[in-house]
Design a protein around this ligand. Structure first.
Ligand code: 3H9
Length: 704
């Protein structure tokens, strides 16, 4: 018989029930899917089916609970009921995976008796990235099946494993041949079911496995607990350890109940809402307001101009994505320096077990190093990563324009320069775009994609696509000094200087920001990056361009007394050579006190809350301005930039999300207060904030 539901189809023939889920775009487990599965199980029992095969239509198996439903009033049937019914089914159930099997999708598969997958399938439990723990049996079944330490690794990293690794771990029973987009794939799955599932009298239920963790397992759990305890206000990693412990200390049913209790507390927390905001904001930030009229070509080869730290990082990222890469340097000496560095990078990756020797060799084989621009004439994309100077970058863009084939995209990895000015030196301004990577470029996820006035939607789409393929989180930015990230972060850095002048110490500023959850305080960040970098950049500016001297007097004095940051063992702090641990330094206190005196400040202590509010509200105020100018399209775009590039704590949802929680009136009033107190003009509430507060609207209304 055949029974249809809008998202789950059911068919039974020759004693095999086939259940197909079709809930685009990613087959999330929305209410209709959950109900459809239960109905199909009933129907299979009524039909006397000998086995049930669950598979999905489209690009993927189930990619998890429907994130839009999380935080809404629960709708029956809930997932734990679906899992319980699947596992208890007297008829064996086989999950046939392809694409992704994530979160609740993998939990569904774990509740089935058998799991088989197409080659290339990716399986994972990424719930921590949403501020929750797996809540439908994942923390109880996965460690029972593959062991505590591997399960812990999969869940804490949120990284999916490949089908090949899953087979080794014992997570799936087999990898099956065939193209999941074609009918013969499901037929192969049915044959596998007939050969393997029907022949057995007993069908394995993971809940029946007794867990006996080894010492190594227990050590892994203790390490995870220790790591989670370093951020005590972030719930999910701590709760995950509790749930996993329940898997071996409690009977299965009690373990499930404990998992559910912990899951519900995470799900209902403000943190989970903050993470969900980031999930959807990340996807919005990479969307063009108007899609290109026609499908665009995929970028298949790339060149990087400049083999310094940034250029090398970009080249590694492109090589890791599978592209052939040509790296151009000015002379043979620099070519061989870049080559050595890249070889060392891949050797280190092999010795750390991150990739095999063969993989490293294959990646290096795709790398060509050249000194002659002519050799870039076939690439689809050329990214310049040369010295941050307009004249140098313009020269490079001109040379690229002369040699690159028509249609090739010319990108600049500038942090500050005007993309329109760079585009104007070429005959293809429509194909010039900014690709602002963050250092180290092969690791940092954020990628600002800067749209020039003339950049075509097609080029934007191609660059967004390659950014995503390279594992980046692309955010579209308009053209302005510093784009989104550096422009807003400059305000935070400047505000830190005002706090120092008024009475705070560097350690107090950094401690306040780190206690709030920033990955590192702003002055420690300055030491890490090198205080001389900003110093040298300022030397090229006029007094007017440099702005208020109160915002650079202290760092200039530190640099001039030889304190360049971590690299010289001293900056805002003194650093121990062995472990680079920072400690306060009376010499710095003397410079800070001299600065206060120089500008006529009476030093008075500042409460940590005031430091946090001033620094972050300075960012919010600048973001309000750039949102009004259309540099960023939505407050969520600013959140994605600040979380992924500047260490804002993800569990607080981003700086604009945090400010939205305060409310526009409070944001406005606090800015007004701190502006009057400090005399710093950048704290004067932006016009857009004045209007929001007056009309009672929230910060999410900012943007164009
Ligand atoms: C969970 O399962 C909890 C359980 O343990 C327990 C419950 C009791 N829901 O990323 P893309 C949308 S928590 C709703 O651009 P890709 C997405 O918003 C869940 N919507 O595609 C976008 O919409 P739009 C655990 C979802 O090919 C569109 O699909 N699972 C969901 O680059 C395309 O997404 C996860 O955390 C969802 N679950 O990547 C997996 N997933 O076009 C989250 C996606 O309107 N998802 N959408 O902007 C992913 O990691 C990626 O989307 C995936 C595809 C790898 C699947």
């Amino acid at each position: 018989m055949t029974k249809e539901s809008p998202v789950v189809s059911y068919e039974c023939s020759h004693g095999l029930a086939q259940l197909r889920i079709d809930n685009p775009p990613v087959n999330a487990l929305s209410q209709g899917v959950r109900q459809g599965i239960l109905d199909a199980l009933d129907q299979a029992a009524a039909d006397g089916a000998a086995a049930i095969v669950i598979s999905c239509v489209g690009r993927s198996f189930i990619s998890g609970a429907d994130i839009k439903e999380i935080g809404q009033p629960p709708r029956e049937p809930q997932l734990p009921e679906v899992m319980a019914r699947l596992e208890a089914s007297a008829i064996p159930v086989v999950a046939v995976l392809h694409g992704h099997a994530l979160g609740g999708g993998l939990e569904i598969a774990l509740a089935c008796h058998y799991r088989i997958a197409a080659a290339g399938t990716r399986l994972g439990l990424p719930e921590l990235k949403l501020g929750i723990i797996p809540g439908a049996g994942g923390t109880q079944r996965l460690p029972r099946l593959i062991g505590l330490a591997p399960a812990l690794d999969m869940i804490t990293t949120s990284k999916p494993v490949t089908a090949e690794k899953a087979l080794k771990l014992g997570l799936i029973n087999a990898i099956i041949d065939g193209d999941p987009a074609k009918k013969d794939f499901v037929e192969t799955a049915i044959h596998w079911t007939a050969d393997h599932a029907l022949s057995r009298e007993q069908h394995p239920r993971i809940s029946e496995i007794r867990m006996q963790p080894s010492d190594a397992d227990l050590d892994a759990l203790a390490t995870a607990r220790k790591r989670a305890s370093r951020k005590p206000d972030v719930l999910a990693p701590r709760y995950l350890c509790d749930a996993l412990e329940a898997a071996f200390t409690l009977p299965f049913a009690d373990g499930l109940a404990r998992e559910r209790e912990l899951f519900v507390e995470c799900r209902d927390s403000p943190q989970s809402a903050a993470f969900r905001h980031l999930f959807f904001a990340e996807r919005q930030a990479a969307k063009l307001p108007v899609k290109p009229a026609n499908p665009v070509e995929k970028i298949a080869s790339a060149a990087v101009i400049g083999g310094g730290t940034m250029g090398r990082g970009i080249a590694i990222n492109l090589l890791d994505t599978g592209l052939p890469v040509t790296l151009l340097e000015v002379d043979e000496e620099r070519v061989s320096m870049a080559q050595d560095a890249l070889q060392k990078h891949y050797q280190a990756s092999v010795s750390r077990g991150r990739m095999s020797d063969a993989q490293a060799t294959e990646r290096l084989a795709r790398l060509s190093l050249v000194t002659d621009y002519e050799q870039l004439n076939t690439v689809d994309l050329a990214i310049e990563a040369v010295f941050e100077d307009m004249a140098v970058k313009s020269q490079v863009l001109k040379q690229l324009d002369a040699v690159c084939k028509p249609g090739a995209i010319l990108a600049s990895n500038t942090s500050y320069q005007d993309i329109n000015q760079l585009a104007a030196v070429t005959k293809r301004p429509d194909a010039v775009v900014g690709m602002h990577y963050f250092s180290p470029a092969n690791i940092m996820k954020l990628l600002e994609i800067v749209r020039g006035d003339a950049t075509s939607p097609e080029v934007m789409q191609q660059v967004l696509d390659i950014g995503k393929a390279c594992g980046k989180i692309p955010v579209i930015s308009g053209v302005c000094y510093g784009f989104i990230g550096n422009r807003i972060n400059r305000r935070l850095q400047q505000q830190a200087q005002f706090c120092l002048l008024e009475g705070a110490t560097p350690a107090e500023v950094d401690a306040a920001m780190e206690a709030f959850g920033m990955a590192m305080g702003p002055l420690a960040v300055g030491d890490l990056a090198g205080l001389d970098i900003g110093y040298m950049a300022r030397q090229a500016l006029s007094d007017e361009e440099k702005g208020d001297p109160r915002t650079y007097w202290i760092p200039d004095n530190l640099v001039e007394s030889g304190r360049l940051g971590q690299k010289s063992g001293q900056g805002y702090y003194r650093y121990k050579e062995a472990d680079r641990k920072r400690s306060e330094d009376p010499e710095v206190s003397a410079v800070v006190e001299a600065a206060s005196k120089h500008f006529g400040y009476e030093r008075a202590s500042l409460a940590p809350e005031e430091i946090v509010e001033r620094l972050l509200l300075a960012v919010v105020n600048e973001a309000a301005r750039l949102l009004t100018e259309g540099i960023a399209a939505r407050p969520g775009d600013v959140d994605i930039v600040y979380v992924n590039g500047y260490g804002f704590p993800a569990h607080k949802g981003g700086v604009m999300y945090w400010a939205e929680g305060l409310g526009s009136q409070t944001v406005h009033d606090k800015l007004q207060h701190y502006w009057q107190k400090s005399g710093d003009e950048s704290l004067k509430p932006a016009q857009a904030l004045v209007e929001l507060a007056a009309s009672g609207r929230g910060l999410s209304d900012l943007g164009v």
